[in-house]
Design a protein around this ligand. Structure first.
Ligand code: HEM
Length: 216
């Protein structure tokens, strides 16, 4: 077994900050929605707006990071071993079958993760953020004293935003469960904290030479 550097420093910072912000936005958002009562409506709305700007800034940096490092390629969908991966999650996993795909430094996502995370990045998060920005700008006055985005009914903005919020919560629950299905229940979470994961020798051959690979 070798310890392989899978998740880089920025990636781990971005992952945990994004997770914290999304959970905080869910708590404050569902208070605005009327489901929770923690900070009080006014404070919840204020905290929600502040956290939403932080999330927008973080995602802007993460888009830049993905593009400049080429890491975006990890999310190119593939049908190779997709069927095997689905069958594994439906039945093989409960029988102790081996994982149909192996993680490497250059291919850290299995075919199902590629599709799900791509959908998360290009559909789910944009639905929530774009509707959130419409919400922020709704009835805001610009420098010419014109009302911005008044013609869109608030109910439809709220619908898309709340739908995005519910889907994000479903994603979160499934995602946390899936993180426990690695080599051991905590190996994936540990890798996202430390950056390193134990991989079998024959699967690390395409990892870059300067990736801090260590022999365990
Ligand atoms: C950049 C991202 C986001 C922006 C710009 C944003 C913006 C907003 C705004 C402006 C409101 C109205 C509250 C107010 O008047 O201040 C709102 C409500 C809400 N937000 Fe967000 N938000 C974002 C992300 C999220 C996320 C990630 C979640 C949950 C995971 C979320 C869940 C909610 C919910 C449930 C409501 C209440 C909707 C309703 O009942 O009408 N938001 N958001």
């Amino acid at each position: 077994m070798h310890k392989v550097y899978i998740y880089k420093g920025f990636e781990r910072f971005w992952h945990w900050t994004q997770a914290s912000l999304i959970i905080f936005l869910a708590v404050t958002g569902f208070e605005v929605h009327g489901t929770l009562d923690i900070f009080g409506f006014e404070k919840a709305a204020e905290f929600h707006r502040i956290a939403s700007w932080m999330l927008i800034a973080l995602i802007t940096f993460s888009i830049f990071w993905h593009l400049t490092t080429g890491e975006w390629r990890q999310y190119i969908p593939t049908t190779d071993k997709l069927k095997e991966q689905i069958i594994y999650y439906i039945s093989g996993i409960f029988k102790g079958d081996p994982h149909p795909t192996e993680k490497t430094g250059l291919s850290k996502l299995n075919p199902l993760q590629r599709i799900v995370y791509l959908g998360f990045k290009v559909i789910l998060v944009p639905i929530t953020i774009i509707s959130g920005i419409f919400y922020l700008l709704y009835k805001t006055f610009d420098q010419n004293n014109m009302v911005v985005i008044e013609e869109y009914p608030l109910a439809s903005i709220a619908f898309w935003h709340t739908l995005g919020a519910f889907l994000l919560m479903i994603f979160l629950v499934v995602h946390v469960y899936m993180t426990t299905t690695g080599k051991t229940p905590t190996s994936n979470i540990k890798a996202m904290i430390t950056g390193f994961e134990e991989l079998e020798e024959e699967h690390i051959d395409i990892t870059p030479k300067n990736d801090k690979t260590q022999t365990a």
